[in-house]
Unconditional design. Structure first.
Length: 352
């Protein structure tokens, strides 16, 4: 049962994740460092390609810090990418205008096409970036690390990129559940190593992005989302008992309640479609909740954005709550709308 806590960290994000109800919710935004900021676009052009940007510590650290300097969020999230894990496992990866491209993993050869090398050594530049960010953050600002959850990473590895129907990866899971479980287990092990690297370098919270959890049936959600997430959370808690874990099962709908109660996450990210009342009544008693302003409202700004923000805070602010979006910042979002959001979140909630 989540409740108010005494003592602990002075950082607002960590206090909320420890179960404390705060008068002003801590906030950060998914994809808060990115293409909507002109300083990001300038640095991205200088880097030459996206993978270089992620794996050059001074550049990744600078991108991570840019939105904190502009808007003063309560947390920075490390600039990286969930697909660095399959790249470290030996899968080819590139980023093109339409999105990430990987050589699709063959169902027949399966995990035999991958290697299980030293993930920590292969992704060491990420740890260097974490240390640089920690040195540049204000004392009150927390640092979040992240990785893709095993199911979502598997979808990219098998489909070769994003997908509309996920037929290749789901067909593999249906036809050969034992073989597919072996792939999920390999991804989970690499993900544990990747998150451990980040925590060892100084991140204080980690988030698991399960962006394509909503593509699964209830049975698939149980097998490929809940089970491996539970395994990862337990392993992380054994190694790092003081580090909170946020889970983001995007599109999980009603299954979010089972996700929260069965995986052991400290907080759950809410996608845009999740009713705030359901989150308050069914989720917030078990974990902190995080979300879930529609990113298009942030893009549009104005009275509708202000109304939605105020209503969200009234509904969810009576328990442990972290303000965020229901998905990432859209590239077309005017930075001044984020600045207005920052001003709103600095004020107490008005009744009525």
């Amino acid at each position: 049962m989540v409740g108010k806590t005494a003592g602990g960290s002075a950082k607002p994000l960590l206090r909320a994740l420890q179960g404390e109800t705060l008068e002003r919710p801590p906030w950060w935004l998914m994809r808060q460092a990115g293409r909507y900021l002109p300083e990001y676009r300038e640095l991205r052009a200088k880097a030459g390609d996206f993978i270089t940007l992620c794996l050059t510590p001074e550049l990744a650290a600078e991108v991570t810090l840019q939105p904190i300097r502009r808007f003063g969020m309560d947390a920075a999230i490390l600039f990286s990418d969930i697909l660095l894990v399959p790249r470290a496992l030996g899968q080819s990866l590139s980023f093109e205008s339409e999105g990430p491209k990987l050589q699709p993993l063959s169902e027949t050869a399966g995990i035999g096409e991958l290697n299980t090398g030293d993930i920590g050594a292969l992704l060491a530049p990420v740890g260097d970036a974490v240390r640089r960010v920690r040195a540049g953050l204000p004392d009150e600002t927390a640092l979040i690390g992240f990785a893709g959850a095993p199911w979502t990473v598997a979808t990219y590895m098998v489909e070769g990129g994003t997908s509309r129907d996920f037929h290749r990866v789901k067909a593999w899971a249906y036809r050969d559940p034992a073989g597919f479980t072996a792939l999920i287990d390999m991804i989970a092990s690499a993900t544990l190593d990747f998150l451990s690297l980040q925590i060892g370098a100084g991140v204080e919270v980690v988030q698991l992005f399960d962006s394509w959890a909503g593509a699964l049936s209830p049975d698939g959600f149980d097998r490929w989302v809940i089970a491996p997430t539970k395994q990862l959370v337990e392993a992380l808690k054994e190694r790092f008992p003081q580090v909170p874990v946020i889970g983001f099962p995007r599109g999980g709908g009603l299954l979010a309640e089972r996700y929260v109660t069965e995986t052991g996450v400290d907080a759950v990210g809410l996608d845009t479609a999740m009713p705030a009342g359901f989150a308050r009544d069914r989720l917030q008693a078990h974990a902190a909740v995080q979300g879930n302003l529609d990113p298009v409202l942030l893009l549009a700004g104005g009275a509708e954005m202000r109304r939605a923000v105020a209503e969200m805070r009234r509904t969810l602010g009576q328990g442990p709550y972290v303000f965020n979006l229901g998905h990432g910042v859209l590239p077309e979002t005017p930075p001044e709308h984020v600045a207005e959001l920052a001003r709103m979140l600095a004020e107490p909630v008005r009744a009525g």
